[in-house]
Design a protein around this ligand. Sequence first.
Ligand code: ADP
Ligand code: MG
Length: 427
Amino acid sequence: MRRIAIINQKGGVGKTTTSANLGAALAEQGRRVVVVDMDPQANASLHLGIEAASHEPSVYSLLTGELGFAASMRETKAPRLSVVPSNIDLSGAELELASAIGRDSLVRDAIEDWSAKHRAEHGEDPADYVIFDCPPSLGLLSINALAAAGEVLITVQTQFLALMGMSKLVEVVQLIRRRLNPELTITGIVPCLYDSRLKLNREVLGEIRKYFPGQVFKNAIRSNVKLAEAPSFGVSILDYASESNGAQDYRLLALEVIEQESRDSTLAHLSPARPIEELAKERGAQQAAVCEQEFSDRDVALQTDADEPAEEDTLVEAEAPAAAHVETVEEAVESAEPQPTEPEAVLEAEAAEPEVELREHVLEPAAPPAVEPAPRAAEPKRDDARPTPPSNAPAPFRRVGAVEDELRILRADDLPQLPPEAFEIPR
Ligand code: ADP
Ligand code: MG
């Protein structure tokens, strides 16, 4: 059983998106997966459609010893994918457990109990993967995940300060290894929210690869608006938009993670990964069948409604146009697909643009106009009008001594060297 903690002390770098969707992609490949939501914000639980009210079984019940791991776990709608959810109770846990004995390894103890019992009864591990979605801090909740995990997977956003705090994170992993969990290793860096059209993103990815040689997954997770939309439907990207770039990227990441299974003898019995095109098609067809069923149910409902007395007619007419013209499965799917939202429209517009050079925007404030326009007396005063800075005011973004033709990013060479023993075998 592989236990993977997905971590970065920064927020908004793709940890939860990766926990939920990598978990779903591994489950799609036939692996039995449990996602453990260690973040009180409960985003991973909600993403996978599981909501735990206060006092319901959750990670908090594990930490207090009130329930065991199996009793805290809930199945999602996707086969082979379960969640130990988080809820608001978890937000006080760090303080409440401050003086608890063995507080660093409460989750590990619960998992060990669970797997020992299951092995005794069934002769095998209860799951193939346990994935921990960590909160954006290195406090007690993250430490519990790191103590229970065998591997660490770090997500990074390909933005200009991506590498900031990385040496600290690697230090913490080493500390946990020395004190709590000698097996713990870093098995991969996943670049997230990557946009290859932006020079900044490409350069940062280069620096990340330089800083973590051999540790960065081959396929970065691209920025894809479907990934941001899926959580609000309570399903993974595979169920939300099976043929989107986001689904493709997480399926590719799952393939790379499965490639590493050869190092874990407990997973030797698992079947090889299936081609991702086949999976995407299969899931797409399942979704189409569900849509077709939904529409035919709706047609029946509409016909039944049509026989009802006259006052219902207005309602039927209002609903009818949505379903009436749908004749084929393709049409059904098309009309069931969410309409492009604003960010998507923006992305599409960006795709058509030539490459955006951020340098000008980041480094160089707009030059003041050569000639100050004369104030127009008749113009009404706008509330949000900002005062124009005097022309000799210091430029807000200009770096002192900066090399002008370089992007402003934190570079691998400017950071302390990482100890090689922090990592597993280079990929
Ligand atoms: P973290 O768990 O590290 O705080 P999240 O996974 O919650 O980060 O991601 C932060 C936000 O960015 C969320 O709104 C999420 O939907 C969005 N997001 C994450 N990855 C992507 C991506 N590849 N493309 C588009 N949006 C993304
Ligand atoms: Mg998160």
